[in-house]
Design a protein around this ligand. Structure first.
Ligand code: GDP
Length: 611
């Protein structure tokens, strides 16, 4: 159906329920293609709706919704998850349809996260478990913090493994879930017996219950005077955690992380709970899938990622992709820093060989070959870039168009050598206060070297790039130079903060004040057909300069403002300035309303230094 719409442009209209699915970061041209319209007419329609965009610019969801509502389409921007699913399907990888045959499934160790209120002993407990149960392969084997570790324990006559995520607390747990990566099978809720159930205890158990993760309660610090383990059991019944001895099905174990008592019983409880509540099996003979738990850029070894294998077995030499990072597994190390050749389900390993640093919570998968891994990563990168561009597009409304934006924003892209440093830098930067007129926006952040994509985003959104202990990769430096992108390098956080603060202050609109230059009294008016009226004047104070701004004062009242000394003559000659006590001829351009005894006052605007 064709119908005229705003602005008299012909655009095919939907009936209000016509669904149009668009990828994130799509442009008007993409949309035009879907509905069979001319991109230029969509630019016009959008303009009439008060939004300026070019045909090829990436648009955000709100803009599409606005345009869709106008034209009778229900525009649905595909969620990142669906987008990724479709992307993988295009490589014949269908994660949902992957069913392992019953006979291929083998039991796998449970993966455990330790949660609880601050200071209740989560870290101490993780240390205790690691020190006593990680099997040191060589005498003096020192465990490394790689983000996760596996321990072995005897359980009902069998040697069983348990994997621990080595980041205590529910934040990491929840952050991973938010990215669609459920990495935890069982939560250990640590509650200090001398302190009782506290706000974060409740928060942690809520998170675990929301994720359907069974809980084992570790009642810690039972060595302390005043410890009351029975009270903890009592308190937690209110939250549906009823101890077995009270007829419930939650296991409570009294421990002392400090004195390392009760640790074996706790591991036992974890395994009993896993066996009773969960069917933890995986197929070790297929290609690996899992999640990146932690990653950083190592000066000597390049990108290093700790991954948890969730299904299949990861081998040295496998082609892998994790989020936007890809590579080939060059080496794998366990929590003792020992090389391993393969990692079966539930095994955490450090992987060397990624070409860039994956994000914590990124899912990884092994692909049939290097090229597929690279292409998936590149397509994801492009999708992210489009989405980021859509977000970063300066949304210029008509009002802004007429009256240039009053708020200046400094756009920043942060890159650093570890997620900790990037977060710390971001936090500190966002705390800088320089008043209302200028703002700071961090439009992208990440771990690893500065890439061409970072530079492109900076170009698209006028951003400055901050590299914290990182440098441009490959051709990124050249590109930055060519595009004139400001890339700054720091290795000390406070230095970055100071400079950004100074930059923000510099962005404050300069304040000006008027400085008087001189005054002249009109003695005579010469009329010239060529130059208009010329004021024959005597300079009374200061000096009169050509091109200076001026106003005319008659009987003490300003009769004309916004004038300028258009011509200045001393006798017959042009002069650039005439000083106090001298006579001169002054022309005020097209302004001719001058009389004898009027005073011409000249001034200039000087920038006021900022405090
Ligand atoms: P987190 O914040 O939950 O990681 O708690 P930490 O593991 O850092 O422990 C907080 C404090 O409690 C530290 O001073 C520990 O030494 C102490 N602590 C931890 N476990 C025990 C314990 O079983 N008994 C005693 N007496 N102190 C403990």
């Amino acid at each position: 159906m064709q119908a005229p719409t705003v602005g008299g442009v012909q655009v095919p209209r939907g009936d209000g329920s016509t669904v149009v699915r668009m990828p994130r970061g799509a442009s008007l041209t993409d949309f035009a293609e879907k509905i069979g319209a001319n991109p230029a007419s969509l630019v016009t329609v959008l303009f009439h709706l008060g939004e300026m965009a070019t045909a090829t610019q990436s648009l955000d969801e709100d803009t599409f919704a606005l345009l869709g509502a106008e034209l009778g389409y229900n525009v649905q921007v595909v969620s990142p998850e669906d987008e990724d699913r479709e992307l993988l399907e295009s490589f014949s990888i269908d994660l949902d349809a992957e069913e392992d045959a019953e006979e291929d499934l083998r039991a796998r160790p449970p993966v455990v996260t330790v949660m609880g209120h601050v200071d209740h002993g989560k870290t101490k407990l993780l240390d205790a478990i690691r020190d006593t149960n990680v099997v040191a392969k060589e005498a003096g084997g020192i465990t490394q913090h790689i983000g996760a570790y596996q321990v072995r324990t005897a359980h009902e006559g069998q040697d069983r493994a348990v994997t621990f995520i080595d980041t205590p607390g529910h934040e990491a747990f929840t952050a991973m879930r938010a990215r669609g990566a459920q990495s935890t099978d069982i939560a250990i809720l640590v509650v200090a017996a001398d302190d009782g159930v506290m706000p974060q205890t409740i928060e942690a158990l809520n998170h675990a219950q929301a994720a359907d993760v069974p809980i084992v309660v570790a009642v810690n610090k039972v060595d302390k005077e005043g410890a009351n383990p029975a009270k903890i059991r009592q308190q937690l019944t209110e939250y549906n955690l009823v101890a077995e001895e009270y007829g419930g099905d939650t296991m409570f174990v009294d421990i002392s992380a400090l004195q390392r008592t009760g640790i074996d019983q706790l591991l036992e409880a974890v395994l009993l709970t896993a066996d009773a509540a969960l069917d933890l099996r995986a197929n070790p003979s297929r290609s690996a899938r899992g999640v990146a738990i932690e990653a950083h850029l190592d000066r000597g070894r390049g990108p290093v990622a700790t991954v948890l294998v969730q299904n299949g077995t990861l081998h040295v030499g496998d082609a892998v992709v994790a989020g936007r990072a890809y590579g080939r597994v060059r080496a794998m190390l366990d929590e003792l820093g020992e090389p391993v050749d393969e990692a079966p389900p539930s095994r955490p390993v450090q992987v060397l060989g990624f070409t860039s640093v994956p994000g914590a919570g990124d899912k990884f998968l092994v692909t049939s070959d290097d090229r597929t891994a690279r292409q998936i990563a590149e397509k994801r990168e492009a999708a992210e870039r489009n989405a980021a561009l859509a977000k970063a597009r300066k949304r210029v409304s008509l009002e802004d168009w007429l009256e240039k934006s009053k708020v200046d924003t400094l756009n920043l892209i942060l890159k650093g050598d570890g997620s900790g440093s990037v977060e710390a830098l971001e936090d500190a930067l966002l705390k800088i206060e320089v008043g209302e007129e200028v703002g700071l926006r961090i439009i992208d952040r990440g771990v690893g070297g500065i890439t061409e994509n970072n530079i492109n985003l900076a170009v698209a959104s006028d951003a400055i790039i901050i590299g914290f202990n990182v440098r441009p990769e490959g051709k990124a430096r050249e590109l930055a130079e060519r595009e004139g992108v400001d890339v700054r390098y720091y290795s000390v956080i406070y230095q970055a903060i100071e400079e950004v603060e100074a930059a923000l202050k510099g962005m404050l609109k300069p304040e000006f004040e008027e400085a008087q230059l001189g005054t002249a009294e009109i003695r005579e008016v010469f009329r010239s057909s060529k130059f208009g009226n010329i004021a024959g004047s005597l300079v009374r104070s200061g000096e009169i300069r050509r091109n200076a701004r001026a106003r005319l004062i008659r009987d003490g009242v300003v009769v004309a403002d916004n004038l300028s000394i258009e011509s200045l003559r001393r006798f017959k000659d042009d002069a650039t300035e005439v000083r106090e006590g001298f006579e001169c001829g002054i022309g005020l351009g097209s302004f001719n309303d001058i009389k004898v005894d009027d005073v011409i006052e000249t001034f200039e605007m000087r920038q006021k230094p900022r405090a």
